[in-house]
Write a protein that binds this ligand. Sequence first.
Ligand SMILES: [Zn+2]
Length: 202
Amino acid sequence: MQQKLIFYYSAMKGGKTTRIFQKIHDLEENGQNVIVIKPWTDTKGKTDIINRQGERRPADIVLKPGEDLLEKEHMEKLWSSDHIIVDEAQFLEPEQIERLWAINKRIGIPISCFGLKTNFQSNLFPGSARLFALADEVIELDSNSLCICGEPAKFNARKVNGTFTMEGEEVAIDGEDTRIEYVPLCGACCFEKVYRKRKVEK
Ligand SMILES: [Zn+2]
């Protein structure tokens, strides 16, 4: 059977990490050796992956920007694995996604990547764009995430000090005078409250 590289995506707060814990549990129950990778860019939980129920598990590999997955130290872990799981895969660099693809196709280890499709500007994250191009399957997860209007949320909007914005870096964290939060929105609300408003202001 061909071993696949699969990208599972959902909106923020859609319950992705809970799905990851389920998947790890199912695989390990079947005696599989699972290796978990998370990007260093995702500082939540430090070197652990965590879900909102408070479950945590240490990541086997925390991958920094520019770091090569084919390094000996990483490859020793990956060789012994039956399944590779990637949390917050949108934060990996396109080159790092290509390394995963190489590992999947050359060694035949199945890889499940979980992440977001789009950033706060409704653009594909570079890592997600590479996954859309290279993955054998791209699967949208049923999302628990609801927009403020009650519709299922598909977009992740950014609020800075309480105001929606499309300005700023792709990855932003709270600063001294800035409070940053992310709000899951449906397409209609994202257009009305974020995109259209931006057009008017310009
Ligand atoms: Zn809405």
